[in-house]
Design a protein around this ligand. Structure first.
Ligand code: SF4
Ligand code: SF4
Ligand code: SF4
Ligand code: FES
Length: 987
């Protein structure tokens, strides 16, 4: 182990460690204004200078060497650091007492204190620019900007949106958006990375402004007056006394500012962060060390929380009476629910009732709902919306490797030599996970292959982009696999040791020649061969896929084909390899894991297995049904058939997000008794008989499980609004009114029961999940978890994986003369699904006010469509009217419609065809005809939408340009200029 001498004291170091980290570990307090552990060395501030082996160096950018003699306290380095910081103060006006960033964690304030600065030599010089407040969520004040470049580094190399830069050659450098556009006319996607890492108040969340401090909401003249008073006093008493005053004010803020850890309620990436609040006002979302996300967020997680305090939250139970809803007491509503459930059960049996859990709600809540269905009502008619998205991927993995979850972590995806993305618009649907791929691709030489119908951002960045004919992924995947075998590129040693069924599988690949694949998929043979070679030759491959694969009649089989390909190339069992079906909702993984399925108890324990059933019967003190129940697709058919009379749904907008929405809505209208548990009066609520007001994630405790199988705790930020209640408490009330005797005092207590009954989660406890600690299942009783699966063996009886032979069949709902266009659909970055939550954030609504249909330039020319034209889309199942956006993201006769609409939902067009193995609707197999309507309007995407921006990619902050400025000279004397680390070695 190398050892450095820090101020004469030996300090053991790790190979390649940064000197600054070693000094910090040695207990020395050293300024470091531009350095951020998750951004690496930026080298713009020069405040971390020390002497190493007699030379002045930036400790953030210097790698420690064995025997290095480091002096932090020499007059030479101390003077240099002071000089560097003094220059920073020339760019920043210190008015801490009236600053919204004065919260004890301001880097500029704390560095002023650390260095004991009393007066500055370099006078503050305002820059000749206006404050830019054009973005709905944050503002940039050039006058306070110290040009540290953290924001640029985060934008260019962490988020990799490549919007921000600094014009180092300007007489007055500042941060630029798209090279000098107002923020709201740039490519900024409002992910918030820049604001999160800014070390001062130059970039601030608007929700903080005038809200964080006691004196920060003063009218401007008074505010300016106070700054002048402070400045006047400072000359006499020095900064020390003024800073003390501001620190008293900062300490006072502690009393009223709460910081509560939560987990994002939107997608399955599982970003976690602190929510800063004052009363019910959200001051900001502050990510720091999220196990999945570090400092990262997307616009939804950072800014999309206005729905929580929305004026139209449901706050009292509602009961339908004479065709209208009236407010009711909880007692009335719960009594009615219990009475009607018992009546229907008595009249028609337990299987006349069904239950749908929410993948937005917690694991504990899914557990309670399946327990309610099974143990209290006596039916296995229980499901959640993973059937609409990821069930086929789970089946593909069950068939081949054994566990129905991502085989590694986001860290593995980051590390892979090659990432293969199939049918996933990752940059919009799983934005933070996409940033890790974009970063590795940009900085670390990772190769990227994307197969998709649309030329979306990941496709544009890819080294190889495949555009297969809709519904033909299985063909090209199988052909590529066959080619790898035929060319002797398969990992035969791995196959011999770890995989069963090789010969049968090879035989099944016979029809999948390159010629056949090229003809059916419309991809040139050379492109397919290139993909095969890239995959076979890469040292490690991660395959990512999402609903472009699963929402097909062959969703399970195509998922299986991906896993077969990974097995063929030996891409399991090692870091940087594996299968990653990207889970859509924040807790869609957890809802299934915790038994919200018709055939499984929690932990995928079969309800048909007598031994397992006996275990649950003993624990719950009841007799349980053995026959698997109806899934949510079958429930709709059963309602139409008159077999299912009652439904209890929580947190699921079934009437819009289910495929063939008209058919689903007609079914819901036929129910004898329908209970909805919701936070808003959604479209689906219109069909309900009783509506129970529930709480969003910020108003309750519990756990979510992200796409990485990562279980994380969320803590309660607010009290429930009005009379709304957390779902777990409502479910307990309903169960008890039905005769159960549940007495759970907290979600922690519920989890104790889950862990005792579920081997997959045996070692999960709330203590082990305290704060930002997490566990990735399976979790052994001693609490050890498995971030990377299959390191010892596959989850199969003999420990070996299994090839699963496949055949291809034609997709459903094919285009014909009448319905001549293929309609694809999916998410949009800014909105989550239909937008029930995200439309309630004003800034998101402003940037992305409605849905639209993307039409290719070719088709637009042929049909006379232009951006803004109103068109009518008609499928075999329904019609919608939307405006067109002409875009080369789609090609030929393929259309794309995002699903963010409650008024014109795309699912009025989708069918009831399903994947054979899972009943997942074939959302992506839809044919439509397009009729151009008379009306024209402006673009449905306003000019401020980031899709119209023009990014300015560069390699981070490009500090070398600063060093070339005529007015730049290194502080102190004899600074050894350390070059910025080359891209390949950046952290
Ligand atoms: S940003 Fe920090 S240093 Fe600057 S005025 Fe605010 S609290 Fe003080
Ligand atoms: S705006 Fe950017 S460059 Fe300016 S102080 Fe903040 S992080 Fe640094
Ligand atoms: S929506 Fe997904 S990517 Fe965005 S902050 Fe939430 S968890 Fe992270
Ligand atoms: S911390 Fe800014 S140069 Fe090292």
């Amino acid at each position: 182990m190398p050892t450095a001498l820090v101020d004469g004291i030996p300090q053991p170091c790790t190979e390649g460690e940064r000197l600054l980290e070693v000094i910090r570990r040695a207990g020395k307090k050293l300024p470091q204004v531009c350095y951020h552990p998750q951004l690496g060395p930026i080298q713009t501030c020069d405040t971390c200078l020390v002497e190493a082996d007699g030379e002045l160096v930036r400790s953030c950018a210097t790698t420690v060497r064995d025997g290095m003699k480091v002096v932090t306290a020499s007059p030479r380095s101390e003077n240099a650091r002071r000089e560097a910081f003094d220059r920073i103060l020339g760019n920043h006006e210190l008015y801490c007492t009236v600053c919204d960033n004065n919260n004890g964690n301001c880097t500029v304030h704390n560095t002023t204190r650390l260095l004991g600065v009393e007066h500055q030599e370099t006078p503050f010089q305002p820059k000749p620019y206006e404050v830019d407040s054009s973005n709905p969520f944050y503002r940039y004040d050039p006058n306070q900007c110290i040009l540290c470049g953290r924001c640029v580094e985060a934008c260019q190399n962490v988020q990799v949106n490549e919007t921000l830069s600094i014009d180092w050659e300007s007489p007055h450098p500042r941060v630029l958006w798209d090279g000098g556009m107002p923020i709201h006319h740039s490519s900024c996607v409002s992910c918030g990375h820049c604001v999160t890492v800014c070390p001062c108040n130059a970039l601030m969340e608007k929700s903080m402004l005038g809200e964080a401090g006691y004196f920060t909401s003063l009218p401007k003249p008074v505010f300016d007056g106070m700054i002048n008073v402070v400045k006047g006093v400072e000359g006499e008493v020095g900064y020390g006394a003024v800073m003390q005053l501001s620190e008293v004010e900062a300490a006072m803020r502690e009393v009223r500012t709460r910081k509560t850890k939560t987990v994002c309620t939107y997608c399955g990436v599982g970003c976690s962060f602190d929510v800063w609040t004052r009363d019910r006002h959200i001051l900001k979302v502050e990510p720091a060390d999220g196990p999945a996300n570090g400092i990262s967020t997307c616009v939804k997680g950072k800014f999309g929380w206005e729905f929580v305090n929305s004026a139209d939250r449901l706050t009292r139970p509602l009961i339908r009476e004479n065709g209208r809803f009236r407010e009711a007491t909880w007692d009335e509503a719960l009594s009615l629910v219990a009475r009607r459930f018992l009546e229907i059960k008595a009249e028609s049996g337990a299987d006349a009732l069904a239950f749908v859990s929410s993948s937005k709600c917690t694991n504990e809540e899914s557990y309670l709902m399946q327990k309610l269905a099974r143990a209290v009502i006596g039916t296995n008619n229980m499901d959640n919306c993973s059937r609409y998205c990821q069930a086929p991927a789970t089946v593909g993995l069950f068939r081949t490797v054994g566990y129905g979850g991502d085989s590694g972590s986001i860290r593995d995806i980051e590390q892979a030599e090659l990432v293969l993305i199939v049918g996933s618009n990752t940059a919009e649907s799983h934005p933070v996970l996409a940033t890790r791929v974009k970063r590795s691709h940009k900085l670390h030489g990772q190769k990227l292959i994307v197969a998709d119908l649309r030329r979306h951002e990941m496709a544009r960045r890819a080294d190889l982009f495949l555009h297969p004919q809709p519904g033909t992924d299985l063909i090209w995947l199988s052909a590529v696999t066959r080619y790898i075998f035929d060319q002797g590129l398969a990992k035969t040693d791995f196959l011999a040791r770890w995989v069963n069924g090789v010969e049968d599988y090879r035989k099944s690949l016979e029809p999948f020649t390159m010629e056949m694949a090229s003809r059916r998929c419309g991809i040139p043979i050379e492109t397919l061969e290139c993909a095969a070679r890239m995959i076979a030759e890469a040292g490690s491959v991660c395959a990512l896929w999402a609903m472009g694969v699963t929402q097909h009649t062959m969703g399970s089989d195509t998922s299986t084909a991906i896993s077969n390909l990974l097995l063929t190339t030996g891409n399991y069992m090692r870091p940087g390899t594996g299968a990653y079906p990207l889970r859509g909702h924040n807790n869609v993984q957890g809802a299934s894991d915790h038994g919200a399925m018709p055939n499984n108890f929690p932990g995928y324990q079969s309800v048909a297995d007598a031994e397992i059933r006996a275990k649950f019967e003993k624990a719950w003190g009841v007799t349980l049904p053995a026959k698997p129940g109806l899934d949510n697709h079958q429930m709709i058919d059963a309602i139409h058939a008159g077999k299912l009379r009652s439904l209890y749904v929580f947190g699921e907008e079934m009437s819009l997000v289910d495929s063939n929405a008209n058919y689903v809505a007609a079914a819901l209208a036929k129910l004898d008794f329908f209970v909805m548990q919701e936070i808003f009066f959604t479209e689906t609520c219109r069909f309900a008989d009783v509506i129970l007001p529930a709480c969003p994630s910020l108003e309750k405790e519990g756990t979510f499980t992200s796409t990485e199988r990562r279980i994380q705790r969320l803590y309660q930020v607010f009290e429930p609004l009005g009379e709304s209640r957390p779902d777990w408490l409502i479910l307990q009330e309903v169960a008890n009114r039905l005769g159960a005797n549940w007495n759970y005092a907290s979600p922690a207590e519920i989890y104790r029961e889950i862990a005792a009954l579920t081997p997959l989660m045996a070692g999960v406890t709330y203590e082990r999940l305290e704060g930002y600690r997490t566990l990735q299942w399976p979790v052994a009783p001693d609490g050890s978890d498995q971030p990377l699966l299959y390191t010892q063996a596959f989850q199969m009886p003999d420990g070996k994986a299994k090839f699963f032979p496949l055949e291809w069949t034609e997709p459903s709902d094919q285009p014909d003369a009448e319905f001549d266009l293929h309609l694809n659909n999916g998410r949009l970055l800014e909105h989550f699904h239909e937008g029930n939550l995200t439309y309630r954030t004003a800034g998101i609504r402003e940037e992305t006010p409605c849905t639209f249909v993307e039409v290719s330039p070719e088709l637009a020319g042929e049909r006379g469509v232009r951006t803004g034209s109103w068109v009518e889309l008609t499928s075999r199942y329904g019609e919608v009217r939307v405006q067109a956006v002409v875009s080369d993201r789609v090609g030929g006769k393929e259309l794309y419609m995002p699903m963010n609409s409650t008024a014109e939902p795309v699912n009025r067009l989708t069918s009831s065809h399903t994947d054979k193995a899972t009943h997942t609707p074939a959302y992506k197999e839809t044919s439509v005809r397009l009729r151009v309507l008379e009306e024209n309007g402006p673009s449905p995407l306003p000019a401020s939408n980031p899709r119209f921006g023009k990014p300015t990619p560069q390699n981070g902050v490009e500090v070398e340009r600063k060093w070339k400025r005529a007015d730049y000279h290194p502080p102190g004397s004899g600074l050894v200029q350390i070059q910025t680390a080359s891209p390949a070695t950046r952290s």
